[in-house]
Design a protein around this ligand. Structure first.
Ligand code: AHR
Length: 500
């Protein structure tokens, strides 16, 4: 190797952890809202649909979701949750209330996908349910009865109603959100007021029979540190989790967020720079939580994250339908690496959203379905689920754009229960490759294989006429010699390497 080559090589060391931290599989959670075509068309087509389905759920979507291993799924919103009255969505379909989905496009909501349909869907894909209750426009009684309906084993008015509707045994429900964005669409509350409401509503979210609920309080919007401070001060002892919402908006301007495809290098850079802001947000919210909860008992639950672009031209603006490109793959890879890094405080994260909305893993059009670059990243990274975090040491080269600078490398490593080590790597630079020398001595591994997602086009994406335009392929050129793994990542790429 020449001197100039070696000076351009970034050294990375994988350390053994001195303090074991597990990367909870729940960091790979999803979010599904009654919004646009996420639930209806995306998940649920009904038993009479010509689209192949099992009990009304699309077969192609079921298959894809089983493959990607969804650990936990949040539902029914979002803003929709604080207008949702669960009793509208149980019993015979013809008797279910029809309502207007006033948040999302003003379309009719026929309530055909309700509690039973959601919980059955979770069973079919092997996910744990995470239900968001209605604080903004619902009553304490309504919330109490919903939990009783789902989880009480034995005789009670709600348990009997559930049985009458065909579900004899209660479901197991762990995760329950007491409201959503109550600083905004969930009631425009002040943190002091919400903290009291949280305590009151939460009191009646009971542990029936042997079910144990993990209660999640509505947390801050982005950098609203005062919200975190007040909630932790007033209610930490009553919660198991506190949420955080942060979306990546390329321009930072909500009226013109930037397009999902057809963007230039500046928007690429800005998108990744704004994604990295997640690190600062988690760090600062964690510092506040540490003051009140040094043992890190309360989880930071990032139950909405992802890109938010202008909707696709010609689509309903209330449906939040956007394409998903190689840039979204980088956003996913960076965020997941960050969640790993903070896994001692971040107990769950839920990408917004699962299908046809915002940074979706899956897009559908009639009977057609495509998997997005974000799906492929989740599929490549799933090897980290429930693995032990291995600390990394490296000094990333800078990725400069104009006067701004961000690190060019985002990386994370873990060891799974079988002893396999996985290294996930993102090269953020839009045009420069990244040469790495990874010190793996001491890990007791000798073979390295990898997968990479990459394309010369920054907005490479799959669509219904070309569903496999961008797919993960084998990562070539891995060399292992004397405890060092050498590999070169092309510009704009996400890779996962397995070491055994
Ligand atoms: O995910 C779309 C919306 O974004 C959710 O309904 C809301 O919670 C957030 O503002």
């Amino acid at each position: 190797m020449t001197a100039s080559q070696s000076s351009k090589t970034t050294a990375v060391t994988i350390r053994k952890s001195d303090r074991p931290v597990t990367i909870s599989r729940h960091l790979y959670g999803h979010f599904s809202e009654h919004l646009g075509r996420c639930i209806y068309e995306g998940i649920w087509v009904g038993k009479d649909s010509l689209i192949p389905n099992t009990e009304g759920y699309r077969d192609d979507v079921l298959e894809a979701l089983k493959q990607v291993q969804v650990p936990v799924l949040r539902w029914p919103g979002g803003c929709f949750a604080d207008e949702y009255h669960w009793m509208d969505g149980i019993g015979p379909y013809e008797k279910r209330a029809r309502m207007v989905n006033s948040h999302w496009g003003g379309v009719e909501e026929n309530n055909h996908f309700g509690t039973h349909e959601f919980l059955r869907f979770c069973e079919l894909i092997g996910a744990e349910p995470y239900i968001s209750g209605n604080v903004g426009s619902g009553t304490v009684q309504e919330m109490q009865q919903w939990v009783e309906y789902m989880t009480l084993d034995g005789e009670s008015p709600m348990a009997n109603l559930r049985k009458q509707n065909g579900q004899e045994k209660p479901w197991k429900l762990t995760y329950f959100g007491v409201g959503n964005e109550n600083w905004g669409c969930g009631g425009n509350m002040r943190p002091e007021y919400y903290a009291d409401e949280y305590r009151r509503y939460g009191t009646y979210v009971r542990n029936y029979s042997d079910n144990r609920i993990y209660k999640i309080a509505c947390g801050p919007n982005v950098d609203d540190y005062r919200w975190t401070e007040v909630l932790m001060r007033e209610a930490a002892g009553h919660m198991q989790g506190l949420s955080l919402h942060y979306y990546t908006v390329p321009t930072g301007i909500w009226d013109n967020k930037g397009d999902a495809t057809g963007f230039g290098t500046e928007e690429w850079y800005e998108t990744l720079r704004r994604t990295l802001y997640m690190d600062e947000l988690i760090t600062k919210h964690t510092a506040i939580m540490d003051k009140y909860d040094p043992q890190k008992r309360v989880g930071l639950i990032i139950d909405e994250w992802g890109t938010w672009y202008n909707v696709e031209p010609g689509t309903n603006p209330g449906f939040l339908y956007q394409q998903n490109s190689l840039r979204d793959a980088l956003v996913a890879g960076i965020n997941l690496n960050l969640f790993h890094k903070h896994a001692d405080r971040v107990h769950m994260a839920n990408i917004a959203q699962m299908i046809n909305v915002l940074q979706a893993l899956i897009l559908t059009e009639g009977e057609k379905m495509i998997l997005t670059p974000t799906y492929h990243v989740f599929n490549m990274y799933k090897v980290h689920q429930d693995a032990e975090l291995l600390p990394l040491e490296f000094e990333s080269p800078s990725y400069a754009y104009g006067a701004a600078r961000i690190p060019q490398l985002s990386a994370s490593a873990s060891r799974d229960k079988q002893g396999r080590v996985h290294l996930s790597l993102c090269n953020l630079h839009h045009e420069e490759e990244l040469r790495l020398a990874v010190d793996i001595s001491g890990l007791n591994v000798s073979i390295g294989t990898g997968t990479i997602l990459n394309d010369p086009k920054l907005d490479a994406h799959n669509d219904f006429s070309n569903p496999e335009a961008i797919l993960p392929v084998k990562l070539e050129g891995i060399v292992m010699e004397e405890g060092i793994l050498r590999v070169t990542l092309p510009a704009a790429s996400v890779a996962v390497i397995e070491l055994v």
